[in-house]
Design a protein around this ligand. Structure first.
Ligand code: ATP
Ligand code: MG
Length: 571
Protein backbone atom coordinates (compact mmCIF):
# COMPACT_ATOMS: atom_id res chain seq x y z
CA UNK A 1 0.00 0.00 0.00
CA UNK A 2 1.21 3.51 -0.78
CA UNK A 3 2.77 5.10 2.24
CA UNK A 4 1.21 8.31 3.40
CA UNK A 5 3.63 11.20 3.15
CA UNK A 6 5.02 12.50 6.42
CA UNK A 7 5.68 15.94 5.00
CA UNK A 8 7.54 18.37 7.13
CA UNK A 9 8.37 20.70 4.30
CA UNK A 10 5.71 22.57 2.43
CA UNK A 11 5.46 21.63 -1.24
CA UNK A 12 6.43 24.55 -3.46
CA UNK A 13 3.13 24.69 -5.33
CA UNK A 14 1.46 25.52 -2.04
CA UNK A 15 3.65 28.55 -1.46
CA UNK A 16 2.88 32.11 -2.46
CA UNK A 17 -0.65 31.15 -3.38
CA UNK A 18 -1.87 34.09 -1.33
CA UNK A 19 -1.92 37.74 -2.08
CA UNK A 20 -3.71 39.26 0.86
CA UNK A 21 -3.44 42.86 2.05
CA UNK A 22 -0.59 42.04 4.44
CA UNK A 23 1.49 40.38 1.74
CA UNK A 24 0.81 43.40 -0.46
CA UNK A 25 2.05 45.79 2.25
CA UNK A 26 5.16 43.65 2.65
CA UNK A 27 5.80 43.52 -1.09
CA UNK A 28 5.50 47.31 -1.28
CA UNK A 29 7.84 47.73 1.70
CA UNK A 30 10.41 45.44 0.11
CA UNK A 31 10.17 47.38 -3.13
CA UNK A 32 10.65 50.67 -1.28
CA UNK A 33 13.59 49.14 0.61
CA UNK A 34 11.91 49.85 3.93
CA UNK A 35 13.64 47.92 6.76
CA UNK A 36 16.55 47.54 4.26
CA UNK A 37 14.33 45.22 2.26
CA UNK A 38 14.25 42.68 5.10
CA UNK A 39 11.20 40.67 6.12
CA UNK A 40 11.22 39.23 9.63
CA UNK A 41 8.04 38.02 11.35
CA UNK A 42 7.26 36.17 14.57
CA UNK A 43 4.61 33.96 16.06
CA UNK A 44 4.25 34.94 19.74
CA UNK A 45 2.10 32.47 21.69
CA UNK A 46 1.63 32.75 25.41
CA UNK A 47 2.46 29.31 26.87
CA UNK A 48 -0.75 29.14 28.89
CA UNK A 49 -2.55 26.47 26.89
CA UNK A 50 -2.42 24.32 23.78
CA UNK A 51 -2.60 25.86 20.34
CA UNK A 52 -5.90 25.81 18.45
CA UNK A 53 -6.95 26.19 14.84
CA UNK A 54 -7.11 29.98 15.33
CA UNK A 55 -3.41 29.98 16.13
CA UNK A 56 -2.85 27.96 12.96
CA UNK A 57 -4.11 30.97 11.01
CA UNK A 58 -1.46 33.14 12.62
CA UNK A 59 1.25 30.47 12.24
CA UNK A 60 0.48 29.95 8.56
CA UNK A 61 0.55 33.71 8.04
CA UNK A 62 3.78 34.47 9.90
CA UNK A 63 5.77 31.38 8.97
CA UNK A 64 4.12 31.28 5.54
CA UNK A 65 5.36 34.79 4.69
CA UNK A 66 8.85 33.85 5.90
CA UNK A 67 9.03 30.73 3.71
CA UNK A 68 7.81 32.42 0.56
CA UNK A 69 11.12 34.10 -0.28
CA UNK A 70 14.68 33.19 0.64
CA UNK A 71 16.30 35.40 3.26
CA UNK A 72 13.10 35.94 5.25
CA UNK A 73 12.78 34.72 8.83
CA UNK A 74 10.16 33.95 11.40
CA UNK A 75 10.75 33.67 15.15
CA UNK A 76 8.84 31.43 17.49
CA UNK A 77 8.65 33.56 20.62
CA UNK A 78 7.04 32.49 23.84
CA UNK A 79 5.32 35.47 25.33
CA UNK A 80 5.99 34.33 28.87
CA UNK A 81 5.43 37.33 31.11
CA UNK A 82 2.78 35.85 33.38
CA UNK A 83 4.26 32.99 35.40
CA UNK A 84 0.97 32.33 37.18
CA UNK A 85 -0.63 30.81 34.07
CA UNK A 86 2.31 29.39 32.20
CA UNK A 87 3.79 25.93 32.12
CA UNK A 88 6.54 23.93 30.41
CA UNK A 89 3.91 21.44 29.24
CA UNK A 90 2.50 24.20 27.04
CA UNK A 91 5.94 25.34 25.87
CA UNK A 92 6.60 21.82 24.61
CA UNK A 93 3.20 21.22 23.06
CA UNK A 94 3.37 24.50 21.16
CA UNK A 95 6.69 23.51 19.58
CA UNK A 96 5.31 20.09 18.66
CA UNK A 97 2.27 21.68 17.03
CA UNK A 98 4.18 24.30 15.03
CA UNK A 99 6.55 21.62 13.74
CA UNK A 100 3.67 19.32 12.94
CA UNK A 101 2.07 22.08 10.85
CA UNK A 102 5.25 21.96 8.77
CA UNK A 103 7.16 24.99 9.98
CA UNK A 104 10.67 25.35 11.27
CA UNK A 105 12.04 28.27 13.28
CA UNK A 106 15.65 27.08 12.94
CA UNK A 107 17.69 28.80 15.64
CA UNK A 108 15.04 31.47 16.16
CA UNK A 109 13.38 30.14 19.28
CA UNK A 110 13.02 32.91 21.88
CA UNK A 111 11.23 33.72 25.08
CA UNK A 112 10.18 37.18 26.15
CA UNK A 113 11.85 36.20 29.41
CA UNK A 114 15.19 36.08 27.52
CA UNK A 115 14.86 39.88 27.45
CA UNK A 116 13.89 40.53 31.07
CA UNK A 117 17.26 42.17 31.70
CA UNK A 118 16.99 44.43 28.66
CA UNK A 119 13.36 45.24 29.36
CA UNK A 120 14.30 46.25 32.88
CA UNK A 121 16.95 48.56 31.48
CA UNK A 122 14.43 50.07 29.10
CA UNK A 123 12.09 50.68 32.03
CA UNK A 124 14.86 52.48 33.90
CA UNK A 125 15.55 54.52 30.78
CA UNK A 126 11.91 55.59 30.69
CA UNK A 127 12.03 56.59 34.36
CA UNK A 128 15.17 58.61 33.76
CA UNK A 129 13.46 60.42 30.87
CA UNK A 130 10.60 61.30 33.21
CA UNK A 131 8.34 59.08 31.13
CA UNK A 132 7.54 56.46 33.77
CA UNK A 133 6.73 56.55 37.47
CA UNK A 134 6.08 54.23 40.34
CA UNK A 135 2.43 54.49 41.33
CA UNK A 136 1.27 53.47 44.82
CA UNK A 137 -2.46 53.50 44.11
CA UNK A 138 -4.27 50.21 44.59
CA UNK A 139 -5.52 48.46 41.49
CA UNK A 140 -9.07 49.54 42.38
CA UNK A 141 -7.97 53.16 42.58
CA UNK A 142 -6.09 52.90 39.33
CA UNK A 143 -9.29 51.69 37.70
CA UNK A 144 -11.29 54.57 39.21
CA UNK A 145 -8.73 57.17 38.15
CA UNK A 146 -8.69 55.78 34.65
CA UNK A 147 -11.98 57.39 33.62
CA UNK A 148 -14.25 56.01 30.91
CA UNK A 149 -14.64 56.27 27.16
CA UNK A 150 -16.69 59.43 27.72
CA UNK A 151 -14.77 60.93 30.64
CA UNK A 152 -11.07 61.65 30.86
CA UNK A 153 -9.04 60.04 33.61
CA UNK A 154 -7.48 61.77 36.62
CA UNK A 155 -3.78 62.04 37.25
CA UNK A 156 -2.40 59.76 39.93
CA UNK A 157 -1.13 61.67 42.98
CA UNK A 158 2.17 59.84 42.43
CA UNK A 159 2.54 60.99 38.83
CA UNK A 160 4.95 63.80 39.66
CA UNK A 161 7.34 61.77 41.77
CA UNK A 162 10.93 62.80 41.20
CA UNK A 163 13.09 60.63 38.97
CA UNK A 164 15.39 59.68 41.86
CA UNK A 165 12.46 58.59 43.99
CA UNK A 166 11.04 56.55 41.13
CA UNK A 167 14.37 54.88 40.54
CA UNK A 168 14.72 54.03 44.21
CA UNK A 169 11.18 52.69 44.48
CA UNK A 170 11.53 50.63 41.30
CA UNK A 171 14.74 49.18 42.68
CA UNK A 172 12.93 48.27 45.91
CA UNK A 173 10.11 46.66 43.91
CA UNK A 174 12.71 44.54 42.18
CA UNK A 175 14.36 43.68 45.49
CA UNK A 176 11.10 42.21 46.75
CA UNK A 177 10.39 44.84 49.40
CA UNK A 178 6.71 45.22 48.45
CA UNK A 179 3.77 42.90 48.26
CA UNK A 180 1.86 42.20 45.07
CA UNK A 181 -0.25 45.19 43.98
CA UNK A 182 1.42 47.60 46.42
CA UNK A 183 3.34 49.39 43.70
CA UNK A 184 3.35 49.34 39.92
CA UNK A 185 5.43 51.08 37.29
CA UNK A 186 3.38 53.15 34.87
CA UNK A 187 4.23 54.88 31.62
CA UNK A 188 3.54 58.63 31.84
CA UNK A 189 1.54 59.38 28.74
CA UNK A 190 -1.83 61.15 28.87
CA UNK A 191 -4.68 60.57 31.34
CA UNK A 192 -7.04 62.48 29.03
CA UNK A 193 -6.29 60.46 25.91
CA UNK A 194 -9.39 59.24 24.09
CA UNK A 195 -7.56 55.90 23.89
CA UNK A 196 -7.77 54.20 27.30
CA UNK A 197 -4.58 52.26 26.58
CA UNK A 198 -2.69 55.55 26.59
CA UNK A 199 -3.86 56.62 30.06
CA UNK A 200 -0.65 55.89 31.90
CA UNK A 201 -0.69 52.12 31.36
CA UNK A 202 0.94 49.83 33.90
CA UNK A 203 4.18 48.46 32.43
CA UNK A 204 5.58 46.50 35.40
CA UNK A 205 3.89 44.69 38.25
CA UNK A 206 4.98 42.72 41.28
CA UNK A 207 4.42 38.96 41.29
CA UNK A 208 6.06 36.86 43.97
CA UNK A 209 6.12 33.81 41.79
CA UNK A 210 8.96 31.80 40.29
CA UNK A 211 9.08 31.78 36.52
CA UNK A 212 9.51 28.60 34.48
CA UNK A 213 12.54 30.08 32.70
CA UNK A 214 14.07 32.56 35.12
CA UNK A 215 13.31 30.81 38.40
CA UNK A 216 13.43 33.12 41.43
CA UNK A 217 15.44 35.82 39.73
CA UNK A 218 12.55 38.26 39.31
CA UNK A 219 9.58 39.29 41.34
CA UNK A 220 8.62 42.11 38.98
CA UNK A 221 7.31 41.19 35.58
CA UNK A 222 6.78 43.42 32.52
CA UNK A 223 3.27 43.74 31.10
CA UNK A 224 2.33 42.46 27.66
CA UNK A 225 2.17 45.85 25.91
CA UNK A 226 5.58 46.87 27.17
CA UNK A 227 7.16 43.51 26.44
CA UNK A 228 5.73 42.84 23.06
CA UNK A 229 6.87 45.87 21.09
CA UNK A 230 10.32 45.83 22.68
CA UNK A 231 10.77 42.10 22.04
CA UNK A 232 9.81 42.76 18.42
CA UNK A 233 12.38 45.55 18.23
CA UNK A 234 15.12 43.49 19.89
CA UNK A 235 14.62 40.68 17.37
CA UNK A 236 14.53 43.06 14.41
CA UNK A 237 10.99 42.10 13.47
CA UNK A 238 9.89 44.14 10.48
CA UNK A 239 6.17 43.31 10.38
CA UNK A 240 4.42 42.52 13.66
CA UNK A 241 1.20 40.81 12.66
CA UNK A 242 -1.55 40.50 15.24
CA UNK A 243 -5.30 40.23 15.51
CA UNK A 244 -7.72 43.16 15.35
CA UNK A 245 -8.26 43.55 19.07
CA UNK A 246 -4.73 44.98 19.27
CA UNK A 247 -5.55 47.85 16.93
CA UNK A 248 -6.27 50.09 19.95
CA UNK A 249 -2.91 49.12 21.42
CA UNK A 250 -0.96 50.24 18.35
CA UNK A 251 -0.55 53.87 19.58
CA UNK A 252 1.03 52.49 22.77
CA UNK A 253 3.20 50.08 20.76
CA UNK A 254 4.45 53.03 18.72
CA UNK A 255 4.78 55.37 21.71
CA UNK A 256 7.07 52.99 23.57
CA UNK A 257 9.31 52.38 20.56
CA UNK A 258 9.42 56.07 19.60
CA UNK A 259 10.07 57.25 23.15
CA UNK A 260 12.86 54.75 23.75
CA UNK A 261 14.38 55.31 20.31
CA UNK A 262 14.91 51.62 19.71
CA UNK A 263 17.22 50.65 16.84
CA UNK A 264 14.32 49.44 14.78
CA UNK A 265 10.62 50.15 14.72
CA UNK A 266 8.51 47.21 13.54
CA UNK A 267 5.19 47.94 11.89
CA UNK A 268 2.17 46.46 13.64
CA UNK A 269 -0.52 45.27 11.22
CA UNK A 270 -3.80 43.78 12.41
CA UNK A 271 -5.97 41.13 10.78
CA UNK A 272 -9.23 39.37 11.70
CA UNK A 273 -9.20 36.45 14.13
CA UNK A 274 -10.48 33.13 12.97
CA UNK A 275 -13.85 32.17 14.41
CA UNK A 276 -15.31 28.80 13.50
CA UNK A 277 -18.92 27.99 14.16
CA UNK A 278 -20.03 25.19 16.49
CA UNK A 279 -16.86 25.48 18.55
CA UNK A 280 -15.03 27.88 20.86
CA UNK A 281 -11.64 29.32 20.20
CA UNK A 282 -10.17 30.69 23.34
CA UNK A 283 -7.60 28.93 25.45
CA UNK A 284 -9.44 29.90 28.59
CA UNK A 285 -12.65 28.24 27.42
CA UNK A 286 -10.86 25.19 26.08
CA UNK A 287 -9.06 24.90 29.42
CA UNK A 288 -12.43 25.00 31.16
CA UNK A 289 -13.67 22.09 29.04
CA UNK A 290 -10.58 20.10 29.97
CA UNK A 291 -10.69 20.94 33.67
CA UNK A 292 -14.38 20.13 34.02
CA UNK A 293 -13.97 16.84 32.14
CA UNK A 294 -16.33 17.78 29.35
CA UNK A 295 -13.64 16.37 27.08
CA UNK A 296 -10.92 13.81 27.76
CA UNK A 297 -8.08 16.33 27.49
CA UNK A 298 -6.56 18.98 25.26
CA UNK A 299 -6.12 16.30 22.61
CA UNK A 300 -9.71 15.06 22.71
CA UNK A 301 -10.54 14.51 19.02
CA UNK A 302 -13.53 16.85 19.31
CA UNK A 303 -11.39 19.79 20.41
CA UNK A 304 -10.38 22.55 17.96
CA UNK A 305 -6.88 22.32 19.45
CA UNK A 306 -4.17 21.27 17.00
CA UNK A 307 -3.36 18.26 19.18
CA UNK A 308 -7.05 17.27 19.13
CA UNK A 309 -7.30 17.71 15.40
CA UNK A 310 -4.10 15.72 14.90
CA UNK A 311 -5.52 12.89 17.00
CA UNK A 312 -8.80 13.10 15.13
CA UNK A 313 -6.82 12.51 11.93
CA UNK A 314 -6.54 15.95 10.35
CA UNK A 315 -3.41 16.35 8.25
CA UNK A 316 -1.17 19.43 8.44
CA UNK A 317 -1.72 19.86 4.70
CA UNK A 318 -5.47 20.13 5.21
CA UNK A 319 -5.06 22.77 7.90
CA UNK A 320 -2.68 24.81 5.77
CA UNK A 321 -5.12 24.51 2.89
CA UNK A 322 -7.90 25.72 5.18
CA UNK A 323 -5.87 28.77 6.26
CA UNK A 324 -5.19 29.45 2.62
CA UNK A 325 -8.84 29.19 1.64
CA UNK A 326 -10.13 31.50 4.37
CA UNK A 327 -7.46 34.09 3.59
CA UNK A 328 -6.42 37.15 5.57
CA UNK A 329 -8.71 40.15 5.84
CA UNK A 330 -9.67 42.83 8.32
CA UNK A 331 -13.26 41.70 8.60
CA UNK A 332 -14.36 39.46 11.47
CA UNK A 333 -16.51 36.63 10.14
CA UNK A 334 -17.69 33.24 11.30
CA UNK A 335 -16.30 30.45 9.16
CA UNK A 336 -18.43 27.37 8.72
CA UNK A 337 -17.06 24.10 10.01
CA UNK A 338 -17.94 22.65 6.61
CA UNK A 339 -15.08 24.63 5.06
CA UNK A 340 -12.59 22.90 7.34
CA UNK A 341 -14.17 19.52 6.70
CA UNK A 342 -14.00 19.99 2.95
CA UNK A 343 -10.28 20.64 3.27
CA UNK A 344 -9.61 17.32 4.97
CA UNK A 345 -11.90 15.48 2.55
CA UNK A 346 -10.12 16.82 -0.48
CA UNK A 347 -6.72 16.06 1.04
CA UNK A 348 -7.60 12.48 1.96
CA UNK A 349 -9.45 11.72 -1.25
CA UNK A 350 -6.20 11.09 -3.09
CA UNK A 351 -4.13 9.97 -0.11
CA UNK A 352 -6.02 7.17 1.54
CA UNK A 353 -6.63 3.53 0.77
CA UNK A 354 -10.28 2.45 0.68
CA UNK A 355 -11.15 -0.47 2.82
CA UNK A 356 -14.29 -2.10 4.17
CA UNK A 357 -15.60 -1.93 7.70
CA UNK A 358 -19.03 -2.68 9.08
CA UNK A 359 -19.93 -0.47 12.02
CA UNK A 360 -23.26 -2.01 12.98
CA UNK A 361 -23.05 -5.63 11.87
CA UNK A 362 -25.96 -7.71 10.62
CA UNK A 363 -25.22 -11.43 10.04
CA UNK A 364 -25.79 -12.74 6.54
CA UNK A 365 -25.62 -16.48 5.76
CA UNK A 366 -25.22 -17.50 2.11
CA UNK A 367 -27.10 -20.80 2.06
CA UNK A 368 -25.85 -22.00 -1.33
CA UNK A 369 -22.20 -21.23 -0.59
CA UNK A 370 -20.11 -24.31 0.35
CA UNK A 371 -19.77 -24.58 4.14
CA UNK A 372 -16.01 -24.54 4.59
CA UNK A 373 -15.04 -22.70 1.46
CA UNK A 374 -13.03 -19.48 1.63
CA UNK A 375 -12.17 -17.53 -1.50
CA UNK A 376 -9.69 -14.72 -1.79
CA UNK A 377 -11.09 -11.95 -3.95
CA UNK A 378 -8.82 -9.36 -5.48
CA UNK A 379 -9.72 -5.80 -4.45
CA UNK A 380 -7.84 -2.61 -5.35
CA UNK A 381 -7.15 -0.17 -2.51
CA UNK A 382 -8.12 2.79 -4.63
CA UNK A 383 -10.62 2.93 -7.51
CA UNK A 384 -8.49 5.15 -9.78
CA UNK A 385 -4.94 5.22 -8.43
CA UNK A 386 -3.11 1.92 -9.11
CA UNK A 387 -0.18 3.03 -6.92
CA UNK A 388 -2.15 1.99 -3.88
CA UNK A 389 -1.97 -1.66 -4.97
CA UNK A 390 -4.55 -4.20 -3.92
CA UNK A 391 -5.33 -6.84 -1.32
CA UNK A 392 -7.13 -10.18 -1.14
CA UNK A 393 -10.51 -10.07 0.54
CA UNK A 394 -11.65 -13.36 2.06
CA UNK A 395 -15.23 -14.33 1.14
CA UNK A 396 -17.03 -17.10 2.99
CA UNK A 397 -20.49 -18.40 3.85
CA UNK A 398 -21.14 -16.05 6.78
CA UNK A 399 -20.72 -12.33 6.30
CA UNK A 400 -21.60 -9.08 7.97
CA UNK A 401 -23.31 -6.17 6.30
CA UNK A 402 -24.44 -2.90 7.81
CA UNK A 403 -27.78 -3.04 9.67
CA UNK A 404 -28.78 0.15 7.87
CA UNK A 405 -28.34 -1.58 4.54
CA UNK A 406 -31.35 -3.81 5.15
CA UNK A 407 -35.03 -2.92 5.47
CA UNK A 408 -37.80 -5.44 5.87
CA UNK A 409 -40.13 -3.04 4.17
CA UNK A 410 -38.09 -1.05 1.71
CA UNK A 411 -39.19 2.53 1.20
CA UNK A 412 -39.16 4.01 -2.29
CA UNK A 413 -35.63 4.75 -3.52
CA UNK A 414 -34.12 2.35 -0.97
CA UNK A 415 -31.91 0.34 -3.29
CA UNK A 416 -30.17 -1.76 -0.69
CA UNK A 417 -31.15 -5.16 0.63
CA UNK A 418 -34.76 -6.18 1.36
CA UNK A 419 -36.63 -9.49 1.25
CA UNK A 420 -36.47 -10.86 -2.31
CA UNK A 421 -34.12 -8.07 -3.39
CA UNK A 422 -30.74 -8.62 -5.09
CA UNK A 423 -27.68 -6.40 -4.45
CA UNK A 424 -23.97 -6.45 -5.25
CA UNK A 425 -21.40 -6.99 -2.54
CA UNK A 426 -18.48 -4.81 -3.50
CA UNK A 427 -15.68 -6.93 -5.03
CA UNK A 428 -17.79 -9.98 -3.94
CA UNK A 429 -20.91 -11.46 -5.50
CA UNK A 430 -24.54 -10.61 -6.16
CA UNK A 431 -26.68 -11.88 -3.30
CA UNK A 432 -30.45 -12.15 -2.92
CA UNK A 433 -32.25 -12.03 0.39
CA UNK A 434 -34.42 -15.12 0.77
CA UNK A 435 -35.43 -15.09 4.41
CA UNK A 436 -35.27 -12.95 7.56
CA UNK A 437 -34.67 -14.53 10.99
CA UNK A 438 -35.70 -12.64 14.12
CA UNK A 439 -34.65 -12.82 17.74
CA UNK A 440 -37.12 -13.25 20.61
CA UNK A 441 -37.71 -9.50 20.71
CA UNK A 442 -38.81 -9.55 17.10
CA UNK A 443 -35.66 -7.75 15.89
CA UNK A 444 -33.90 -8.83 12.71
CA UNK A 445 -31.10 -11.19 13.77
CA UNK A 446 -29.89 -12.77 10.56
CA UNK A 447 -30.54 -12.78 6.84
CA UNK A 448 -30.56 -15.98 4.79
CA UNK A 449 -29.37 -15.24 1.29
CA UNK A 450 -28.24 -16.97 -1.89
CA UNK A 451 -25.39 -15.88 -4.16
CA UNK A 452 -24.88 -16.08 -7.89
CA UNK A 453 -21.51 -17.79 -8.62
CA UNK A 454 -21.44 -16.08 -12.01
CA UNK A 455 -20.99 -12.63 -10.44
CA UNK A 456 -17.55 -13.20 -8.90
CA UNK A 457 -15.74 -9.96 -8.09
CA UNK A 458 -19.06 -8.15 -8.31
CA UNK A 459 -19.21 -8.61 -12.10
CA UNK A 460 -22.42 -8.30 -14.12
CA UNK A 461 -23.73 -11.83 -14.82
CA UNK A 462 -23.94 -13.24 -18.40
CA UNK A 463 -27.65 -12.47 -18.60
CA UNK A 464 -26.83 -8.78 -18.14
CA UNK A 465 -28.93 -8.48 -14.96
CA UNK A 466 -28.42 -5.17 -13.17
CA UNK A 467 -28.68 -4.32 -9.49
CA UNK A 468 -29.06 -0.85 -8.06
CA UNK A 469 -27.29 -1.23 -4.74
CA UNK A 470 -23.69 -2.02 -3.90
CA UNK A 471 -22.95 -2.77 -0.25
CA UNK A 472 -19.79 -3.08 1.78
CA UNK A 473 -19.31 -6.26 3.81
CA UNK A 474 -16.76 -8.36 5.68
CA UNK A 475 -16.37 -12.10 6.13
CA UNK A 476 -17.51 -12.97 9.67
CA UNK A 477 -14.79 -15.44 10.57
CA UNK A 478 -12.03 -13.28 9.12
CA UNK A 479 -13.15 -9.91 10.37
CA UNK A 480 -11.30 -8.18 13.15
CA UNK A 481 -13.21 -6.42 15.88
CA UNK A 482 -12.33 -2.83 16.66
CA UNK A 483 -13.64 0.15 18.53
CA UNK A 484 -14.78 3.00 16.33
CA UNK A 485 -15.57 6.47 17.63
CA UNK A 486 -17.90 8.68 15.66
CA UNK A 487 -17.86 12.40 16.35
CA UNK A 488 -20.31 15.18 15.92
CA UNK A 489 -20.03 18.91 16.61
CA UNK A 490 -18.81 19.61 20.15
CA UNK A 491 -21.51 22.28 20.51
CA UNK A 492 -25.00 22.41 19.14
CA UNK A 493 -25.14 26.20 18.82
CA UNK A 494 -23.32 27.98 16.02
CA UNK A 495 -21.86 30.55 18.43
CA UNK A 496 -21.76 28.98 21.89
CA UNK A 497 -22.34 31.58 24.57
CA UNK A 498 -22.87 34.42 22.09
CA UNK A 499 -26.31 35.12 23.59
CA UNK A 500 -24.70 35.76 26.98
CA UNK A 501 -25.36 32.28 28.39
CA UNK A 502 -22.60 30.02 29.71
CA UNK A 503 -20.99 28.56 26.58
CA UNK A 504 -20.94 25.14 28.26
CA UNK A 505 -24.74 24.92 28.18
CA UNK A 506 -24.40 24.65 24.40
CA UNK A 507 -22.32 21.47 24.62
CA UNK A 508 -23.71 18.75 22.36
CA UNK A 509 -24.48 15.72 24.57
CA UNK A 510 -24.18 13.45 21.52
CA UNK A 511 -20.82 14.66 20.27
CA UNK A 512 -19.31 11.18 20.58
CA UNK A 513 -20.72 7.76 19.76
CA UNK A 514 -18.55 4.78 20.62
CA UNK A 515 -19.02 1.53 18.75
CA UNK A 516 -17.13 -1.23 20.50
CA UNK A 517 -17.67 -4.11 18.09
CA UNK A 518 -17.22 -2.83 14.58
CA UNK A 519 -16.09 -5.52 12.12
CA UNK A 520 -13.15 -4.66 9.89
CA UNK A 521 -11.64 -6.42 6.91
CA UNK A 522 -8.55 -8.40 7.97
CA UNK A 523 -6.07 -6.23 6.07
CA UNK A 524 -6.63 -3.64 8.81
CA UNK A 525 -5.10 -5.86 11.50
CA UNK A 526 -1.85 -3.90 11.17
CA UNK A 527 -3.55 -0.54 10.69
CA UNK A 528 -1.55 2.53 11.65
CA UNK A 529 -2.87 5.23 9.44
CA UNK A 530 -5.80 6.99 7.82
CA UNK A 531 -8.27 5.16 5.59
CA UNK A 532 -11.48 5.66 3.79
CA UNK A 533 -13.97 3.13 5.09
CA UNK A 534 -16.11 2.70 2.00
CA UNK A 535 -19.41 4.59 2.19
CA UNK A 536 -18.75 5.63 5.82
CA UNK A 537 -16.10 8.30 5.83
CA UNK A 538 -12.43 8.83 6.58
CA UNK A 539 -11.02 7.17 9.67
CA UNK A 540 -7.74 7.26 11.52
CA UNK A 541 -6.13 4.96 14.06
CA UNK A 542 -6.28 6.74 17.42
CA UNK A 543 -2.71 7.65 18.25
CA UNK A 544 -3.28 7.52 22.00
CA UNK A 545 -5.55 4.61 22.84
CA UNK A 546 -5.20 2.20 19.94
CA UNK A 547 -2.96 -0.86 20.18
CA UNK A 548 -2.42 -3.79 17.78
CA UNK A 549 -4.46 -6.01 20.13
CA UNK A 550 -7.30 -3.53 20.55
CA UNK A 551 -7.62 -1.21 17.61
CA UNK A 552 -9.39 2.11 18.08
CA UNK A 553 -10.40 4.27 15.14
CA UNK A 554 -11.63 7.86 15.04
CA UNK A 555 -13.90 9.05 12.32
CA UNK A 556 -12.17 12.12 10.91
CA UNK A 557 -15.08 13.20 8.74
CA UNK A 558 -18.00 11.72 6.86
CA UNK A 559 -17.81 11.43 3.08
CA UNK A 560 -20.32 14.18 2.46
CA UNK A 561 -21.39 17.20 4.39
CA UNK A 562 -24.55 15.72 5.88
CA UNK A 563 -24.68 18.57 8.40
CA UNK A 564 -25.16 21.20 5.70
CA UNK A 565 -28.21 19.29 4.50
CA UNK A 566 -29.62 19.04 8.01
CA UNK A 567 -29.10 22.74 8.61
CA UNK A 568 -30.77 23.61 5.33
CA UNK A 569 -33.72 21.43 6.26
CA UNK A 570 -34.06 23.29 9.57
CA UNK A 571 -34.41 26.78 8.13
P1 ATP B 1 -6.71 32.85 23.16
O1 ATP B 1 -7.79 33.85 23.21
O2 ATP B 1 -7.13 31.60 22.48
O3 ATP B 1 -6.05 32.61 24.46
P2 ATP B 1 -4.55 34.52 22.50
O4 ATP B 1 -4.57 35.56 21.46
O5 ATP B 1 -4.60 34.97 23.92
O6 ATP B 1 -5.65 33.45 22.16
P3 ATP B 1 -1.81 33.94 22.21
O7 ATP B 1 -1.05 32.79 22.72
O8 ATP B 1 -1.53 35.27 22.77
O9 ATP B 1 -3.33 33.57 22.37
O10 ATP B 1 -1.76 33.98 20.62
C1 ATP B 1 -0.59 33.89 19.86
C2 ATP B 1 -0.86 34.50 18.53
O11 ATP B 1 -1.93 33.82 17.87
C3 ATP B 1 -1.27 35.95 18.65
O12 ATP B 1 -0.52 36.69 17.70
C4 ATP B 1 -2.73 35.95 18.34
O13 ATP B 1 -3.12 37.13 17.72
C5 ATP B 1 -2.88 34.74 17.41
N1 ATP B 1 -4.21 34.18 17.52
C6 ATP B 1 -4.82 33.69 18.62
N2 ATP B 1 -6.08 33.32 18.36
C7 ATP B 1 -6.29 33.55 17.04
C8 ATP B 1 -7.39 33.38 16.16
N3 ATP B 1 -8.56 32.89 16.58
N4 ATP B 1 -7.23 33.73 14.86
C9 ATP B 1 -6.07 34.22 14.44
N5 ATP B 1 -4.99 34.42 15.21
C10 ATP B 1 -5.09 34.11 16.50
MG1 MG C 1 -3.07 36.25 24.76
Amino acid sequence: MKAQSANTTIPSDEKASQNDFIRQIIADDVKANKHDGQVVTRFPPEPNGYLHIGHAKSICLNFGIATEQPGRHCYLRFDDTNPSKEDMEYVESIQTDVRWLGYDWGDRLRHSSDYFEQLHEYAIALIKMGKAYVCSLTSEQIKDYRGTLREPGKNSPYRERAVAENLALFERMKAGEFGEGEQVLRAKIDMASPNLNMRDPVIYRIKHLPHQMTGDKWCIYPMYDFTHCLSDAIEGITHSLCTLEFEDHRPLYDWILDTLETPCHPQQIEFARLSLNYTVMSKRKLQELVENNHVSGWDDPRMPSLSGMRRRGYTPESIRDFCDRIGITRKNTQIEMGVLENCIRSDLETKTARVMAVLKPLRVVIDNYPKDQVEQLEAPYHPTDPNFGSRQLPFSRVLYIEQDDFREVAPKKFFRLAPGREVRLRYGYFITCQDVLKDKNGDVAELRCTYDPETRGGATPPDGRKVKGTLHWVSATHAITAEVRLYDRLFNQAEPGADGSDFKTALNPNSIETISDAKLEPSLAQATDRYQFERLGYFCVDNVESSPEALVFNRIVTLRDSWAKIEKANV
